[in-house]
Design a protein around this ligand. Structure first.
Ligand code: ZN
Ligand code: ZN
Length: 619
């Protein structure tokens, strides 16, 4: 249905209007400032009728100048909000105000920001800036601002594609697995109806080499038959292959949350270097990542969005990583509803609230099963924390150093919250991209657990900006730490010891039995991390150098961002509506199959763990 036409017909009296699609939004541009300021009721009436989002903006060339607007904004927004930057996107009649304290710039019930809109006619957006600014986040921001003309055209074409086609009846819906079938890594699925082809995630495998590293695309696969990519979260086993799709000609949208967009780009940039080191060439370049950023349509949790003519998407909190989302697909106008969990944590963590379960409908569920095996029992969070602190104290007492290989995103921040809580009295060094990831966590506190959010926003106590943590910013600073023999804690990337600054620390400190190496995250088969964890005493690094492993090797479970078996079963048990079909992916073959069998028995539903290249029908 043409909603632009429908909105036009509802507003016959409004002159000089331009109405366009912007993704799944309908945007009205007008010169009529009275209408702009007093349109709320009329627009609400139309929204109720057509059930689509509508935004009203002033024609860009009739807006006050940037200088005038800046002056006005500085008059209206209280100084204590600390304005850093005011930037304009005339194509969207939008002004972004970067501040340290957003709640002051927004005001009670949004009154301050409403005044900005009323007095400048620009659409104001208030953004939080992290205290130590991340160059990475700044670069993404720049890319978005510089490409606003492109983005406007792109969003318009996406909207037209969704709404101007004549959809066929949704007679079938099926999902095929291109990766993550009975394995952890390279998550990639295609959800298909007579009208749509939606890709769910497109990742790479950390441990695998050669073609097993990437999702399986058949010979006749046409990348431009894909209408949209839905990205659950930033981890590379879900996002790592997406820039390559842009390289080979994909030009459609990626839907994800804002933090996922920024974190995914951060991890992808890192993976370019990793691939270059490992194989001498990278699959894609930073310009392909930029293409992805420009084509990303960020969504908030709970926002209902048409992503094709017969598929609607709603993201919900997955509790796994900053911005991680479960995807609820409403297919064929409610004919069926499919929930894809991505990676989930269904229990309390220091960083996130447990995954959402109150889906209004959920006929089918695609569930991750990383720790779905019958032997996967994680200890209580409090016990894990105490174990971690115990290991640290023991090591420090004997004059050793504690090395914690960690993903830049997720585990590192969880550890920082714990270390901040327990107030440890030794230097804690943080090395790798953790600094940038911290900054992104500080920018989006609303995606954190409620308590942590309140602590950061209301009390201004931000563990990611705490002085307790010393950021290692250069090779020279790293040299100093390597030459120092005093006890300390080092959190460094990469989490599975397949590169990153942790390798330097391992080389230097790995031979001394006084030191401890603590694993806190999943170690994929084939990675150096998994070998050391399994007890190998002499390991070969990527550069060919052999290192003797004499330090104490420990593993602390329970800090993982994944649910263990009991939590996964609890998650199903707490769903508002019991699915009729449950598919288990993202788990080693035995664990995924074992979990699927148990789910079938316990809940009496059709449950199965599909293999790669299998397709399963929902309708
Ligand atoms: Zn993940
Ligand atoms: Zn994953």
């Amino acid at each position: 249905m043409d909603f632009v036409k429908a909105v036009k017909e509802e507003l016959p009296e409004l002159e000089d209007k331009r109405i366009n699609y912007e993704g799944n939004k309908i945007v009205i541009y007008t010169c009529d400032k009275d209408f702009f300021l007093n349109q709320e009721e009329k627009i609400k009436e139309i929204v109720d009728k057509i059930k689509k989002r509508i935004e009203v903006r002033i024609e860009p060339d009739t807006l006050p100048t940037k200088d005038e607007t800046k002056k006005k904004i500085k008059e209206i927004i209280p100084e204590e909000a600390e304005i850093h930057n005011i930037s304009f996107e005339p194509d969207f009649s939008r002004v972004t105000i970067d501040v340290t304290y957003p709640q002051m710039a927004v005001g009670d019930n949004g009154e301050v920001v409403k005044r900005v809109k009323k007095e400048t006619f620009w659409i104001p957006l208030v953004r939080r800036v992290a205290k130590p600014k991340s160059p990475h986040a700044e670069a993404i921001r720049k890319t978005l601002f510089q490409s606003s003309k492109y983005r406007k055209r792109f969003l318009n074409s996406v909207g037209k594609k969704i709404y101007l086609s004549e959809p066929k009846e949704t007679k079938y819906a099926r999902i095929s697995f291109l990766g993550s079938g009975r394995e952890v890594g390279r998550s990639c699925m295609i959800l298909e109806t007579p009208n749509s082809r939606i890709m769910l995630d497109c990742g790479i495998s950390a441990g695998a080499l050669g073609e097993d590293r990437f999702p399986i695309f058949s010979q006749d696969f046409n990348i431009n038959s894909i209408d949209a990519i839905v990205l659950s979260h930033a981890h590379l086993d879900h996002s790592g292959f997406i820039p390559y799709l842009y390289k080979i000609g994909y030009n459609g949208p990626v839907y994800c949350t804002e933090p996922t967009r920024e974190l995914a780009a951060l991890l992808q940039i890192d993976t370019i270097q990793l691939m270059q080191r490992e194989t001498g060439k990278s699959l894609y370049t930073s310009s392909d990542i930029k293409k992805m950023i420009k084509n990303t349509i960020p969504l908030k949790y709970k926002e209902v969005t048409d992503i094709s003519s017969d598929v609607r998407l709603i993201f919900e909190n997955a509790g796994h990583l900053l911005g991680s989302a479960m995807s609820h697909f409403n297919i064929g106008n409610g004919k069926t509803n499919v929930i894809y969990t991505g990676d989930i944590k269904y229990s309390v963590s220091n960083l996130f609230d447990p995954a959402f379960t109150q889906f209004m409908r959920s006929e089918a569920l695609i569930l991750e099963g990383t720790y779905g095996g019958s032997d996967n029992i994680t200890p209580r969070l409090e016990d894990s924390e105490k174990e971690m602190i115990g290991i640290i104290n023991e090591t420090i007492k004997r004059g050793g150093k504690v090395l914690v290989p960690s993903f830049a995103v997720g585990r590192a921040q969880e550890l920082m919250v714990i270390f901040e809580k327990y107030g440890l009295d030794v230097p804690i060094y943080v090395d790798g991209m953790i600094y940038d990831a911290n900054s992104i966590h500080s920018t989006y506190p609303k995606y954190l657990a409620y308590n942590l959010q309140r602590q950061i926003i209301d009390e201004n106590k931000n563990p990611f900006e705490s002085e307790r943590f010393i950021n290692v910013a250069s090779a020279r600073e790293r040299e100093q730490i390597l030459g120092d023999d005093k006890p300390c804690i080092i959190i460094a990337t990469s989490g599975m010891l397949n590169g990153g600054p942790i390798m330097e620390y391992l080389k230097n400190f790995g031979t001394n039995p006084k030191n401890t190496l603590v694993f806190v995250g999943y170690q994929a088969a084939g990675t150096l991390g998994s070998k050391i964890q399994a007890g190998e005493k002499e390991v070969k690094l990527q550069d060919g150098e052999k290192v003797e492993i004499n330090l104490d090797i420990r593993t602390v479970d329970g800090l993982s961002g994944h649910s263990d078996r009991k939590q996964l079963l609890n998650f199903i048990g707490h769903l508002k509506n019991k699915p009729k079909k449950i598919l288990v992916n993202h788990g080693e073959a035995s664990k995924a199959q074992n979990l699927a069998n148990s789910v079938q028995k316990i809940f009496n539903v059709d449950s199965y763990s599909p293999m790669n290249l299998e397709a399963i029908r929902f309708i």
